[in-house]
Design a protein around this ligand. Structure first.
Ligand code: LLP
Length: 421
């Protein structure tokens, strides 16, 4: 459930009509609903209510400081994968002890910065990284809490570009090698083993792969405890999928996911961490765009929008589906016609949907892309020198620009022409 509903035929974000925001900030723009963010976070809180836990929002899905503040104020932890994301978590007021640091390529600078400013745990993805953390922490005279991210070799049954838990993926330490690496970790200075980490992929719509992975983590917990390690935390990653197509059957709910966790590792006495991104932010955001032209092609009609692949790359990158709806509800009985919905960028890949049935629209009409709050704004670029689009946050009847659209001057001013040219 989200808080983007039609009222009197106009799509609203909570109590704000989208045309009002469009008039204030221009199109295209992203808009997020505070109530939806909060609700999705609470669903995970409830799903893990039976145990000690920390829900760490995966910042990579939506890293706007205002969004992080909404979640941080509700008690969320944060999962970060770079020094930049770490700084965002802290700038949003989240204490270091609620931040976990994941990622295969943490640099020495990032490790040192995070150790200096406070961290709950490093999710370590390789032996060289483990050695680097030990080296840096001992030089600084501190101890780094770590979990090893294990690769359980489980097929997440999702898009190949976002599956991470198969042995051929770059992520984690092969689970078969884990005991040896834990033994090494325990012998290293500046390292404290606190738990195990696993993350098998994103947009999972079936709980079976989670169950398989968590059972492997369970086995490993028992083996590591027998080896003398104090495994007291399990970070089970993110990945629960969302319904991108309203017409399709719904993916499992957080409460069902929580039951899988309880059924697989719930009796181990470990604190449970999870790192959901998409399920919290995805359906809490829309991308709102205007029609520029309606162009009649050979046997097809192109709806040319002012949003493009640089603003929302998921359709061209993963062939992802986003529902696209008119902001002003069509009169009952209006017939839909198929459109190819495209942006102005000069590549054929700048296509959001092909042959998508929509009721007739014309220049200036507004459309909204649903489920655009995750991996939308964060993956945007300025390709074709299109400035990044603004982000807006709604709370009840209030809205605020939480990232302004840069002017062309600002965009150009970042380049420098050397004086010797
Ligand atoms: N934890 C780790 C270690 C991750 O790598 C990810 C996502 C998450 C948590 C959060 O997963 P989520 O709950 O959001 O599924 N750009 C792609 C998705 C990439 C996901 C990368 N890792 C997309 O637009 O579909």
């Amino acid at each position: 459930m989200d808080h983007f509903l039609y009222r009197d035929g106009i799509l609203h974000a909570e109590d704000v009509a989208l045309p009002e925001i469009a008039a204030a900030v221009g199109t295209p723009f992203y808009v997020y609903s505070t109530a939806t963010l909060a609700r999705h976070f609470q669903l995970f809180e409830e799903a893990l209510g039976w145990t000690d836990h920390l829900v760490c929002f995966a910042i990579k899905s939506n890293s706007n400081l205002a969004v992080l503040k909404v979640l941080g104020d509700l008690g969320a932890g944060m999962d970060v994968v770079s020094g930049g994301e770490y700084r965002r978590a802290r700038a949003a007021g989240v204490p270091g002890e609620r931040v976990v640091f994941s990622g295969v390529g943490k640099t020495r600078e990032e490790i040192a910065y995070v150790l200096e400013h406070g961290i709950r745990q490093f999710n370590v993805e390789s032996e060289p990284e483990l050695l680097a953390i030990s080296d840096i922490a001992s030089a600084m005279g501190v101890t780094a809490p770590i979990a090893l991210r294990v690769n359980p070799d489980v097929d997440a049954k999702t898009h190949e570009k976002i599956a991470t838990g198969k042995s051929e993926n770059k992520f984690g330490i092969p689970i078969a090698k884990a005991r040896a690496v834990y033994a090494e970790a325990a012998s290293l200075p500046g390292i404290e083993v606190v738990g195990i980490d696993v993350h098998i992929g994103s947009q999972l719509t079936d709980l079976t792969p989670f169950e398989a992975a968590f059972l492997k983590v369970r086995e490993l917990t028992e083996a590591l405890r027998a080896d003398g390690h104090d495994i007291r935390r399990l970070d089970l990653g993110g990945g629960l999928g969302i319904p991108y197509e309203r017409s399709n059957s719904a993916p499992p709910l957080p409460i069902e996911y929580g039951e899988v966790i309880r059924g697989t590792v719930g009796d181990l006495g470990c604190e449970i961490e999870i790192e959901p991104g998409r399920l919290i932010s995805g359906n809490a955001g829309l991308l709102v765009s205007s029609v520029i032209y309606l162009k009649q092609g050979e046997g097809r009609d192109f709806l040319i929008l002012d949003a493009a692949m640089n603003d929302l790359v998921r359709p061209s990158m993963y062939n992802a589906h986003h529902d696209i709806v008119p902001v002003v509800e069509p009169a009952p009985g209006t017939e839909a016609a198929p459109y190819d919905i495209v942006g102005p960028v000069c590549e054929t890949g700048d296509t959001f949907a092909k042959g998508r049935p929509l009721t007739p629209l014309g220049p200036g009409d507004l459309v909204a892309f649903r489920s655009a709050g995750a991996y939308g704004a964060v993956m945007a670029s300025e390709y074709n020198s299109r400035p990044l689009i603004p982000e807006v946050l709604v709370k009840g009847s209030e809205f605020a620009v939480i990232r302004a659209r840069p002017s062309f001057e600002e965009m150009l001013s970042r380049d420098t022409i050397p004086e010797w040219l």
